[in-house]
Write a protein that binds this ligand. Structure first.
Ligand code: SF4
Length: 436
């Protein structure tokens, strides 16, 4: 496990009253740098915990004067009392107290309607509708641009979780892959926690469904002996040395991530990479070329996706990266500053010309090493797809990518239309928030 020293450790009473869950917490706590007491709490105490600072450091880490390890909080999904927990959340909301779903044991399975009629961003980015699955919120990696530090909530009732997940999988045969935790980095507390290994082995028994773990970890040796049966795909978010060491301080370095991928690959896991987010630093071309060269020297991914730094305007980016702004490519930063009203709210701050130039360079370098591997854009605009689709050899509707719901290992092109095949059928399944 990562060497960490959280300022406090909390466990919900539903965790501490179950010996199996309690043992998971104890293993993590015994591996901390300074093991301390576990504070047991009930739902009624959540408002006080928040008032006393539980969530106050859940803000972009680059805006904090000092970044520490997050508070750890262990909780259970409340599959049996989902409606009551939603009512409690609404009541607190009316009282002007915002309580995250993770603190209330909600949000195990999340329907993401990307590019369907109910998606407010459907005109601005290309992604695929699917179920996303969750076990944690929060992370140990301290990426300056990210708001997921401060508090790491980990759910521990994995046996119950997998029972309901099985129903989600059975009812959605069009969905082949399940991305875990797009708001966490799942291996952080493993192997001590033991929930991710349980989930990997659960997917190992599936006929036609795959788990996707998206990570910046250096830590994969623990998973080499699991019975994964080729049903877990691990996607590394990869970046060059400057970004990985200075901007993503506690994540694996470039070399450590590629080594971790090599170890996983040798243990039979399908591995992939996303250059996401690409933060253009001063020597970005050299770092991109060297990183791509190392990837192909040591590993054999089945797909690579590309995504520039996005999702916020230039002033927000400058706030988050304020201590490292001099690392950025000055010309690109200037171009971002000159476009304060971008054409697309999802792909800002770097204008299309900057992103286009970056993608073209990465694609050329990848093709120098591998002429055939599928290369796609991740959460990019329709406009970028129409500019680059021909060079990539895909359209916005048939590309394979790192975590798309139909991107099974080794897929070269989608066989089904991703927006037309996705149909939600979750009535009666606990954890899907269907009846609340
Ligand atoms: S690894 Fe991902 S979740 Fe963790 S801090 Fe970095 S960006 Fe956030």
């Amino acid at each position: 496990m990562y060497r960490i020293n959280p300022p406090a450790v909390y466990a919900h009473e539903s965790v501490m009253e179950n010996p199996v869950y309690r043992a998971r917490v104890s293993r993590v706590v015994s591996s901390l740098q300074q093991p301390g007491p576990v504070i047991t709490y009930s739902d009624q105490e959540i408002p006080d915990l928040i008032k006393n600072g539980l969530t106050e450091k859940r803000v972009p880490m680059g805006t904090l004067p000092r970044i520490t390890d997050p508070i750890l909080l262990f909780n259970t999904f409340r599959f049996q009392t989902e409606k009551q927990m939603v009512q409690l959340k609404r009541k607190w909301h009316q009282e002007k107290l915002e309580v995250g779903s993770d603190l209330l044991g909600l949000g195990a399975f999340h329907w993401s309607p990307y590019n369907l009629s109910e998606d407010p961003n459907r005109q601005h980015k290309v992604c695929r509708p699917c179920w996303r699955i969750h076990l944690q919120t929060g992370c140990l990696h301290r990426c300056l641009y990210c708001g997921l530090g401060g508090l790491l909530v980990a759910m521990v009732n994995i046996e119950e979780y997998c029972q309901h997940l099985q129903e989600v999988i059975d009812r959605h045969p069009w969905q082949k892959t399940y991305l875990l935790d797009d708001d966490a980095d799942p291996p952080g507390l493993e192997p001590e926690l033991g929930c991710l290994s349980y989930l990997i082995e659960f997917f190992g028994k599936q006929k036609d469904a795959y788990l996707i773990i998206h990570t910046k970890t250096w830590n994969t040796r623990w998973m080499t002996n699991l019975q994964h049966n080729g049903k877990t795909i691990i996607v590394w978010s990869i970046s060059g040395p400057t970004q990985s060491q200075i901007i993503e301080e506690k994540a694996g370095t470039t070399d450590e991530r590629i080594q971790a991928a090599r170890i996983a690959q040798e243990a039979g896991y399908q591995i992939r990479y996303k250059f996401k987010p690409i933060i253009p630093v001063r020597n970005w071309k050299k770092e991109a070329s060297e990183t791509i060269e190392k990837i192909f020297a040591l590993t054999n991914p089945d797909v690579i996706s590309l995504c520039c730094f996005m999702w916020m305007d230039v002033s927000e980016m400058k706030k988050r990266l304020k201590n490292v702004l001099d690392l950025l490519e000055p010309e690109f930063l200037k171009m971002a500053e000159q476009h304060p009203e971008p054409e697309n709210p999802c792909t800002q701050p770097f204008p299309e010309e900057v992103r286009f130039q970056i993608y073209q360079y990465y694609l050329k370098e990848i093709r120098r090493h591998n002429p055939d591997i599928p290369v796609s854009l991740s959460t990019e605009s329709w406009q970028m797809w129409s500019r680059l689709g021909q060079s990539l050899g895909f359209t916005a509707t048939d590309y394979v990518c790192g975590c798309g719901p139909m991107s099974v290992p080794g897929a070269k092109r989608l066989k089904c239309h991703p927006f037309q095949s996705a149909v939600r059928d979750s009535q009666g399944i606990p954890g899907t928030m269907t009846e609340v």
